[in-house]
Design a protein. Structure first.
Length: 108
């Protein structure tokens, strides 16, 4: 769990940081809110996957969908990010697709 959380934070941090620089948004606030969102969603993801282990892939895809939405809304509501809702959801999607792709190859 520590490995996957660390990989998620690194990958999503790279995506969020790149987005912040590219679109001239506050880098530290975006990275901090990304960390906060993941501290909330990652334990819930692990809980869902443990509870629904028999239907792992279905549970994973459903949980990832909701993580995308929750993190996107969180990034939007975090006032210092200065993101429109559509931009926050787009950033959340990019972050989660990148971390999902990286996590798919972890030996866990």
């Amino acid at each position: 769990m520590i490995i996957t959380f660390s990989v998620t934070i690194i990958v999503e941090g790279i995506v969020a940081g790149s987005c912040a620089v590219l679109y001239k948004k506050p880098v530290l606030h975006l990275l901090f809110s990304c960390l906060l969102a993941n501290l909330l969603t990652q334990p819930l993801l692990w809980l869902v996957l443990q509870v629904f282990i028999q239907h792992y892939l279905m549970a994973l895809f459903i949980a990832e969908f909701w993580i995308w939405v929750v993190e996107g809304v969180f990034l939007f509501l975090y006032p210092y990010n200065r993101l429109r809702l559509i931009d926050a959801l787009g950033l959340s999607l990019a972050m989660n697709l990148a971390s999902f792709a990286a996590g798919w190859f972890l030996p866990i």
